[in-house]
Design a protein around this ligand. Structure first.
Ligand SMILES: CC(C)(COP(=O)(O)OP(=O)(O)OC[C@H]1O[C@@H](n2cnc3c(N)ncnc32)[C@H](O)[C@@H]1OP(=O)(O)O)[C@@H](O)C(=O)NCCC(=O)NCCSC(=O)C[C@H](O)C(=O)O
Ligand SMILES: [Mg+2]
Length: 295
């Protein structure tokens, strides 16, 4: 399975499977991707009902260009195996598995998806939220070539709990090593990387700063918990008009016959090498994909 496409995943919004209002409202929100949650956001007594709600919502459709993902409970819980079978049968774009710790977990999830009849293009996303997952990150990433694995989703709330760490005043103190290890593995193995959630819903400045930090680290987008967070996230994780303009200038400069055979050029005053051409092409493709998605 191809892990990285230019499909935008700037904003990836969670909603509890027990909240039918949120599942419906998601059809109108400008999020790139949606995660219908059966795990942490659903109380044990509501798990079965949430599974039914989510599967009905996925089967019912109406989410337009938004990518739809179902987060199941762990396969070692009372609900995980049935969640996975029901979710695969409903036909989302991806299944998200929580609390995985090594490559063996990816193989087990992949096998379970295949046994449940998942089509070839149904992806496996995994939460990177356990200390052992960070320590085993290369073993996990190596599963990308042999399984449906495409995407890492950082689980900074569970990481904080496991590490007994605090995201404030500076989350890099708490999560810097974990975020960087996951990013390194993601890029080394062509895996999409989505940053963790920002819990302080009313704090727009704080959200923007954390989005900017995630984008600077290389994350493709950020997971979100409330509709009010989508706009800022879409803005920060989209290539800026100035970046797109510069990228187009780089592409044009290298395509100019006058520059044939040159490995380094000056474009708008900036030293530009062939390695910048690949990134310029990616950036323009992402920008075009965002435009296409917005219709
Ligand atoms: C946090 C919330 C419980 C707040 O809900 P509420 O009080 O209802 O918010 P509002 O009144 O401000 O809602 C306004 C309208 O927006 C809809 N809404 C709210 N949240 C969502 C959402 N996530 N998706 C879609 N729609 C949403 C409300 O229904 C209102 O609609 P309307 O009636 O038309 O006015 C709530 O926001 C919430 O439940 N958020 C998601 C929580 C969640 O899914 N958590 C699990 C993922 S976080 C995590 O665990 C990550 C990882 O595993 C880790 O370890 O870090
Ligand atoms: Mg979690």
């Amino acid at each position: 399975m191809t892990a990285t496409t230019h499909r935008p995943r700037r904003s990836v919004l969670y909603m509890p499977g027990a909240n039918t209002r949120a599942l419906e409202k998601a059809k109108t929100l400008p999020a790139d991707s949606l995660i219908f949650d059966l795990e942490d956001a659903v109380a044990p007594d509501a798990k079965i009902e949430a599974r039914e709600n989510v599967c009905n919502a996925v089967k019912g459709g109406g989410y337009g260009p938004r990518e739809v993902c179902v987060r199941i409970n762990g396969l070692d819980t009372d609900w995980g195996a049935d969640d996975l079978k029901a979710a695969v049968a409903a036909g989302p774009d991806a299944i998200l598995a929580p609390k995985i710790i090594d490559g063996g977990d990816i193989d087990r999830l992949n096998d379970a998806m295949s046994r449940a009849g998942a089509p070839d293009d149904m992806a496996l996303w995994v939460m990177i939220e356990m200390p052992k997952a960070i320590l085993n990150i290369q073993d996990i990433a190596e599963a990308v070539g042999r399984t449906r694995l495409t995407t890492f989703v950082m689980g900074t709330n569970d990481l904080a709990k496991e590490l007994r760490a605090q995201a404030k005043p500076n989350r890099q103190i708490a999560f810097g090593a974990s975020l960087s290890m996951a990013m390194l593995a993601a890029r080394a193995y062509d895996i999409v990387a989505i940053d963790g959630v920002y819990n302080d819903i009313k704090n727009e400045d704080g959200l923007r700063a954390e989005c900017e930090e995630g984008a600077a680290m290389g994350f493709d987008g950020k997971t979100l918990i409330h509709p009010s967070q989508v706009g800022i996230c879409n803005e920060v994780f989209a290539p800026s008009p100035a970046d797109v303009e510069q990228a187009q200038a780089v592409i044009e400069a290298f395509a100019d016959p006058e520059n044939a055979g040159k490995g380094v050029l000056k474009v708008n005053g900036k030293m530009t090498e062939l390695l910048h051409l690949a990134e310029a092409k990616r950036l323009v493709a992402v920008s075009e994909a965002i435009e296409a998605m917005q219709g």
